[in-house]
Design a protein around this ligand. Structure first.
Ligand SMILES: [Zn+2]
Length: 447
């Protein structure tokens, strides 16, 4: 049992004294943020819920357990808007030989065809979820590779995992396939049937500059409207400035008057386009109410990679400009230990630390902490998550770090995660558990 820095306290009522909170993540209490967007509070937990939040200074109620956090930071449970739990942890049997986007596509496809049985997908998903839970995450949206025949294998697994993890991690799923497949209405109907039977009301695809783009989008928007689904797209994950499907998505949303939520991930090429194109696209996105999730670790890894040449750009989209226009923005893990990203562990603290550095979310930090909590939760229609509020479940992540410079300088491996007010076991699963899945007869040279 590993519970982090705080000694486990077995008490129904607990007073967290001298906590430091990002004010942007607290609801219902008047707090005055300091120049880093932080404020000191005391938090009373009772019966697994947050009973009271008040500026630091109130005396602890009599005769109850007290944990003095000595000004350590407290976050709400984290929320991941964009992951790939079905691809995770295949790296040892299928690496990306040159680290490029094309290498990722080809090698994931080969691995899927060779290995993705229900048991293989289930065990890797479970491993990933246990890691995420130990890091303090309460909700995850995963994309699910849905090219036939994989959709019939993975969606029932997703549903089983969602039910098994209910109450610990709220799981959402979005189907993933190239937009060219959406031209085939029978295929889209088969996907809609899987989503209706096993999914969580989200339809999606990867958009490319292909002849089927407009027709494919029209079909997906129509099907989503018919079934009351939200939409989630992988968009323009390339440094090629001529790739502009983002604007087409926004135009389709406006033309159809789509009433559901639309989320777009990546949007890398936007950062390589001229100012007039950028302004026009951002205006359309804001008007259409589209939310954005940036994947800074994967973008840094895949974008501008040419063997033997030093990368010249960071790969990320225009998060500051989007936020300034009122577009909801989040950051998330994306891939973990697969050919799209060789590393990662579904730890939002790492994602935020890297996002701050890659995207300059600091000086001032302001409400940027919302990108791993409040904003993705709201996009996922779970406004009750990702915030610290009276009456909410006491799902909190406690740190020894007292300030951003302390928080972002270390991995925070000694954090304590409270679920319903109790410290959970934060022991991470051992990679050796997956060793028996990692033999790859088709690629004997893999290490
Ligand atoms: Zn992705």
């Amino acid at each position: 049992m590993q519970t982090g820095f705080l000694k486990p306290i077995e008490a129904d009522t607990l007073f967290l004294a001298h906590a430091t909170v990002p004010v942007a993540l607290v609801d219902g209490v008047d707090l005055v943020p300091d120049r880093d967007g932080l404020a000191g509070v005391d938090i009373l937990i009772s019966g697994g819920r947050i009973a009271r939040i008040a500026p630091t200074g109130a005396a602890a109620p009599q005769d109850i357990a007290v944990a003095d956090l000595d000004h350590g930071l407290v976050f709400p449970g984290f929320v991941e808007l964009h992951t790939h739990l079905d691809k995770g942890h295949i790296w040892p049997r299928r690496r990306n030989p040159d680290g490029t986007f094309q290498g990722a596509l080809e090698n994931v496809s080969a691995d899927r065809l060779a290995h993705w049985t229900a048991d293989d997908v289930r065990r890797r998903m479970d491993f990933a979820l246990r890691s995420a839970y130990a890091h303090g995450t309460t909700a995850i949206r995963t994309h699910i590779d849905s090219i036939a025949p994989q959709h019939r294998i993975s969606w029932p697994v997703f549903r089983a995992m969602r039910e098994a993890w209910e109450g610990r991690i709220d799981l959402q799923g979005s189907p993933l396939f190239g937009i060219n497949f959406a031209a085939d209405e029978a295929f889209v109907d088969a996907i809609v049937a899987e989503v209706a039977a096993h999914g969580t009301g989200i339809l999606g695809a990867v958009t490319y500059m292909v002849p089927e783009l407009e027709a494919g989008l029209a079909t997906l928007f129509r099907k989503a409207a018919e079934h009351g689904f939200d939409l989630d797209f992988h968009v323009d994950e390339t440094g090629d400035p001529t790739v502009k499907t983002l604007g087409v998505i926004a135009e389709t949303a406006l033309a159809t008057g789509f009433q559901g939520r639309i989320t777009v991930g990546h949007c890398c090429s936007l950062a390589r386009q001229d100012e007039a194109t950028v302004d026009r696209t951002l205006d359309l996105m804001a008007k259409a109410g589209i939310a954005v999730v940036s994947l800074p670790m994967c973008n840094m890894y895949l974008q501008d990679r040419v063997p033997g040449r030093t990368p010249r750009w960071r790969g990320v989209t225009l998060l500051h400009e989007m936020k300034a226009r009122g577009i909801p923005v989040a950051v998330s893990s994306d891939n973990t230990r697969d050919p799209f990203y060789a590393y990662g562990d579904l730890d939002p603290v790492e994602v935020f630390r890297e996002a701050v550095r890659i995207l300059h979310l600091d000086h001032p930090m302001g409400d940027w902490p919302a990108v791993i909590a409040r904003t993705p939760a709201s996009v996922m229609r779970r406004p009750d998550l990702g915030v610290i509020a009276e009456g909410a479940p006491a799902d909190l992540v406690l740190f020894r770090a007292r300030s951003w410079t302390e928080f972002l300088s270390r991995p925070q491996a000694d954090r304590t995660v409270l679920r319903r007010g109790r410290a959970i076991d934060r022991t991470l699963p051992d990679y050796r558990e997956l060793d028996d899945l990692m033999h790859n007869r088709s690629e004997p040279s893999a290490e």
